[in-house]
Design a protein around this ligand. Structure first.
Ligand code: SF4
Length: 433
């Protein structure tokens, strides 16, 4: 039996795509081993979102070659899309595959394609007409949560981001295929399905009449059984009233939204190429929090974008402080070669970035604690992920980690709980009588 090892860098979409290749190779008779182990085949799914991701991606390739210099090494993902020749010329790399053909990797390996032995390169330009391939999983991962990739590509071209150059134009998966994949995962025992994409809120853009909320409605209507749907990160202007309405009334749609902010300064937002302003963000978040009680709202925020002054940072801090957020994901700007912002003047000193980042991380902690406190006395439906020594833990629909004691192993089941305390970053609850 041939052994294959995988390493995935970067986003959830990359991870879903690796799972798909893994599943197909297992079907073809491969045994999956840990990446630190000698394998006959290594598949490295790279990321290029920052120069650190580039460095890590190359380091992982070298690590595979050190573990088994005789192995076949296949490199794919966003760095493979951006710098295919450079990667193909690395000693020991057998094949580089761009994002468009990533889904065919198992097939290419199985066919013993001559490209594999001759150090090949497959990288075709991505077109808006390329369909998103259906996925047919066979594995059961003993987990509760699975991801369905519904969309790929981005055409927003924010000035700091390389993604539009590596993922191509926006494409959406056929709604019937999404439902089919969804049903399959529910039948395999998954109870929470996350709808994910590179720019998820753009779902349906090139399919007349289709939108993300219509897709969610279709799934809810056509898929029976016990499950819940979670949405991955979504841009502010893509949160439709219909989506909010569904979140208000449909318990199977998680009350959780991750809405990138990036900056609370209109000047910085404009330079970033973001398509909203501070006031719009503030209004929509407050309105959403009012319409959907106890919704878990998270924001991405970037510090140290070129030209960000103390006043700009103070505006960001103030806005975040005022909003009812559960989580903040704080990033330090790092110039990505090939993006407009990398050559902007007024790059911010690393020391200043570190200071601003640590101020926001403290704020994030305070906000998380405040949100948890607000949950005391509330009922939460928890999808149980682990049970050990009569203690179960899982995630609530509004994205809080909850623990409660139970003599039963409730793994993989929904539990109705009431929060009565908090402990560190978790809610402590009891099972609802
Ligand atoms: S919306 Fe902006 S930040 Fe997000 S992937 Fe597209 S270009 Fe990058």
């Amino acid at each position: 039996m041939k052994r294959v090892a995988f390493h995935t860098l970067g986003c959830k979409v990359n991870q879903v795509e690796t799972e798909q290749i893994k599943d197909e190779l297992i079907q073809k008779g491969y045994q999956v081993v840990d990446f630190s182990q000698p394998a006959d085949l290594y598949i490295i799914n790279t990321c290029t979102v920052t120069h650190v991701s580039d460095r890590k991606s190359r380091a992982v390739i070298r690590r595979a070659l050190r573990t088994n210099p005789e192995a076949t090494v296949v490199v794919t993902g966003c760095l493979a899309e951006l710098e295919p020749e450079k990667l193909a010329s690395m000693k020991g790399v057998n094949l580089v595959v761009g994002n468009r053909d990533k889904h065919r990797i198992a097939e290419i390996i199985d066919s013993q394609d001559e490209l594999l032995t001759n150090g090949g390169l497959i990288r075709e330009p991505i077109s808006s007409q390329d369909p998103l391939e259906p996925v047919y999983y066979h594995l059961h991962h003993e987990r509760t949560r699975a991801f369905v990739k519904i969309q790929d590509g981005c055409q927003s071209f924010c000035t700091y981001c390389i993604v539009p150059y590596t993922r191509g134009p926006e494409r959406s998966k056929d709604p019937d295929l999404v439902v089919k994949e969804f049903k399959q995962l529910i039948a395999m025992g998954y109870r929470e399905i996350v709808l994910t994409g590179i720019h998820t809120g753009q779902y349906g853009k090139a399919m007349p009449g289709w939108t993300l909320d219509r897709l969610v409605k279709k799934i809810l209507e056509e898929v029976g059984g016990e499950y819940r749907i979670r949405l991955s990160s979504i841009e502010l202007r893509e949160i439709s009233d219909q989506l909010i309405e569904l979140m208000r009334n449909e318990p199977r749609l998680c009350r959780h939204l991750h809405i990138p902010l990036q900056s609370g300064s209109d000047k910085v937002l404009k330079r970033m190429g973001r398509r909203y302003n501070r006031e719009e963000y503030r209004r929509r978040v407050l309105e959403t929090a009012e319409l959907v009680p106890d919704i878990g709202l998270a924001a991405d925020v970037m510090v140290g974008f070129p030209g960000e002054t103390e006043e700009d940072f103070a505006a960001t801090f103030q806005l975040l402080q005022d909003l009812p957020l559960l989580d903040l994901h704080v990033f330090k700007y790092s110039p990505r070669p090939g993006t407009p912002a990398a050559s902007f003047p007024d790059q911010v000193d690393e020391r200043v970035k570190n200071e601003r980042s640590s101020i926001l991380l403290d704020l994030a902690e305070q906000k998380h604690q405040a949100f948890l406190k607000k949950m005391i006395g509330k009922k939460l439906t928890v999808l149980v992920e682990s049970c050990q020594a009569a203690m179960c833990t899982g995630l609530s629909d509004n994205y809080i980690e909850v623990e409660f004691s139970s003599i039963y192993n409730l793994c993989g089941q929904f539990a109705e709980t009431i929060v009565n305390d908090i402990s560190q970053n978790r809610a402590v609850a009891i099972l609802k009588p």
